[in-house]
Design a protein around this ligand. Structure first.
Ligand SMILES: [Zn+2]
Length: 218
């Protein structure tokens, strides 16, 4: 068995829940958890319904596989985020429908709702869309890291999907679900031809303080 059972089980259950919610069409998306000197990541090409904790793959931060298995084709994205953001303990990448639709226009999600502050202080400027790079490449990983900067915890990936990080797996999961909510709300307004009124920095700061996690990872 390659994976520590509790963390591995938690990761597989999370992947299945996102798949059931329609966030992982065609076996897309991938999840990981940081461990002592690398990360535990979902495998390449395996249906989530058939996945067990034993199928998870251990990688070093350089991508070296430890103990066998074939990691997700997006392992570079996970590795780059763990290297760039020491506070990241979990990374979740999805192709959730509405956020992915917006990514296909390379359009950020503006600050239309206070829940955007879950994405961190950078959320006050909205959730950006990273520049395009081919899936599975180091270039994609670097574009994502650049879009996330020092303080943001989620970004769209151009013509591709979403990636989020968290200090916990639960935090990263909550964030990818919220990004999908925000994209759905924003696209509903656009579809209705209604222009949103954006929250001001002061309004967002106050909301974030009320949420109680402003400025620190969820
Ligand atoms: Zn993807």
């Amino acid at each position: 068995m390659r994976a520590a059972a509790p963390a591995g089980t938690e990761l597989v259950e999370a992947a299945r829940a996102l798949d059931a919610a329609g966030f992982m069409p065609q076996k897309s998306g991938n999840l990981s958890l940081r461990d002592s000197d690398g990360f535990l990541v979902t495998p390449s090409g395996l249906p989530y319904a058939a996945m067990t904790a034993e199928d998870l793959v251990r990688c070093g931060l350089d991508g070296a596989v430890r103990g066998g298995g074939r990691p997700s084709s997006e392992w570079r994205l996970h590795a780059a985020i763990y290297r760039a953001r020491p506070e990241a303990m979990a990374v979740v990448h999805t192709h959730s429908p509405m956020a992915t639709a917006l990514s296909c226009a390379r359009h950020p999600i503006p600050p239309i709702h206070y829940m955007i502050t879950l994405a961190g202080e950078g959320g006050r400027r909205g959730i950006p869309c990273a520049s395009h790079a081919t899936f599975g490449t180091e270039a994609l990983a670097q574009e994502a890291v650049a879009a996330l900067g020092d303080g943001l915890r989620a970004t769209l990936l151009a013509n591709h999907g979403v990636v989020a990080l968290g200090a916990t797996l639960a935090g990263a999961l909550a964030l990818v679900r919220e990004v999908e909510n925000l994209a759905t709300q924003y696209l509903a307004l656009r579809a209705a031809g209604i222009a949103p009124v954006l929250l001001s920095d002061a309004e967002l700061a106050e909301a974030a303080a009320m949420l109680g996690d402003y400025g620190r990872p969820v």
